[in-house]
Ligand binder design. Structure first.
Ligand SMILES: CC(C)(COP(=O)(O)OP(=O)(O)OC[C@H]1O[C@@H](n2cnc3c(N)ncnc32)[C@H](O)[C@@H]1OP(=O)(O)O)[C@@H](O)C(=O)NCCC(=O)NCCS
Length: 398
């Protein structure tokens, strides 16, 4: 029996501000599930033609699925939002690409006709559930993955520096300075305002505040300041707090629909899903995996890197971003890449970063009607890469 696939569109994307993990973080006294609930409500408020009863699934990427992030958070949060018992939900894990995978699974589920409208997102409270918390790796895991450095993300970045010495500390620092600078310009220009849902939160001192701005960016970062930072993962190494993404808390949610259903409701979607691809590499250099994932997705989409107008690449570390850009044939400062800055500035609350890339791309498509194709791509601990290509529906020429 032949079947037609449905076109899948992004209608909207919202996120919390990103906080620093730990006691000085804006979300220290806020639970991970309480980061999600306001996003679900905001999606309904911002898209008045959609009501909670239309949401047919709620898929959430979460890396550490225990304590407040456990118990199938995707199922529970809709009930916490007072949406009743009838909205299914699940949690999935592909570490950093958990949220991007949630969007990928959501897109293919819609394309296959399983559902017409769903929410996919990612959340990570790294302050409450630090990386590796309660992990119990198999005794043979280190050996199977090529050595102990496979389990330490900072060391995987040091490994890239060591194996590919053409990417120097100076280049990594310069990339980080530029990332912070671009983020500073975007923030000042108000680009984050439309996607960040302000949350009232309790501060560490017991007073209440509105969390409406990202806490990690340091737009005035200089090469001189970065040069003196220590290299915590390796003595005399190259990876520092300045050229790495940080440890962060945050959530991001994306509303996906079949294009047919969106048009029926007279909703103007932002972008259409074109193709997804996932690839895997040596876990000790996990940050290189966006390269095969992107080559694969370009092939599936039948286009080349030259056709991509906007690139949102997650920067777990400067060096892995530099490697990926170079191997994909792009300059380190290609103007199509991370125009509003990336994770080195905004932070990287693991599973929420993929949906953040989608939210940034949606914002950039909205204001760049000449751009047709966009790429969201990221690396994943244990050596995976995940890439999705999108088509702008706000394009003038179409
Ligand atoms: C790199 C890492 C260990 C640093 O952690 P940290 O030491 O708690 O980081 P901090 O924010 O306190 O920064 C350390 C120092 O660098 C300084 N610093 C950080 N960024 C800076 C910048 N852009 N400019 C100037 N100084 C900077 C801080 O001010 C701080 O200085 P201090 O010690 O004098 O206070 C941590 O961010 C990390 O593990 N990152 C990687 C996360 C990861 O693996 N994610 C998954 C990816 S796959």
């Amino acid at each position: 029996m032949g079947r037609e696939l449905k076109e899948v569109v992004v209608v909207d994307a919202v996120r919390t501000a990103f906080g620093k993990a730990g006691e000085k973080g804006i979300f220290w006294r806020t639970r991970a599930d309480d980061l999600i609930v306001p996003l679900l409500k905001a999606l309904m408020e911002r898209n008045s033609k959609i009501t909670p009863d239309m949401i047919e699934d709620n898929i959430w990427g979460v890396t550490n699925q225990m304590k407040e992030q456990g118990g199938t958070i995707g199922r529970v949060v809709t009930m916490l939002a007072d949406w009743g018992y009838e909205i299914p939900g699940c949690s999935i894990d592909r570490m950093c690409a958990g949220g991007l995978s949630a969007i990928g699974f959501g897109a293919t589920n819609i394309a296959a006709g399983m559902v017409d409208c769903l929410i996919a997102g990612g959340v990570e409270h790294m302050g409450h559930l630090p990386m590796g918390f309660m992990r119990d790796p198999h005794p043979n895991a280190e050996e199977a993955m090529g050595g102990p450095s496979a389990l330490n993300m900072g060391m995987t970045a040091e490994n890239i520096h060591e194996r590919f010495p053409e990417f120097t500390r100076e280049m990594a620092d310069r990339y980080a300075v530029e990332c912070q600078r671009k983020a500073g310009i975007a923030i000042k220009a108000g680009k984050m305002k439309d996607m960040i849902i302000p949350l009232e939160v309790e501060s560490a001192d017991g007073t209440f505040m509105i969390a409406a701005e990202d806490q990690p960016p340091r737009p005035n970062t200089t090469m001189a300041a970065l040069r003196d930072l220590r290299t915590p993962f390796k003595e005399n190494g190259n990876v520092t707090a300045g050229n790495s993404s940080g440890l962060n808390d945050g959530a991001c949610a994306v509303l996906l629909m079949s294009e047919d259903r969106a048009r029926e409701l007279r909703i103007e979607p932002v972008m259409r899903w074109v193709a997804s691809a996932v690839a895997a590499v040596d876990p000790t250099i996990m940050g290189t995996a966006p390269v095969p994932a992107t080559r694969k997705v370009l092939k599936k989409a039948g286009i080349s890197m030259d056709d991509i107008d906007i690139i949102e690449m997650n920067e777990a570390f400067s060096v892995q971003a530099l490697y990926c850009l170079d191997r994909l044939g792009l300059r380190w400062d290609d103007p199509r890449v991370n125009r509003w800055g990336g994770a080195i500035a905004y932070g990287h609350p693991l599973a929420s970063s993929g949906p953040r890339l989608v939210a940034f791309l949606a914002g950039l498509f909205n204001e760049n009607s000449n751009a047709r194709y966009g790429l969201t791509t990221m690396c994943v601990g244990r050596g995976q890469g995940y890439s999705i290509i999108w088509e702008n529906l706000r394009t003038k020429t179409r």
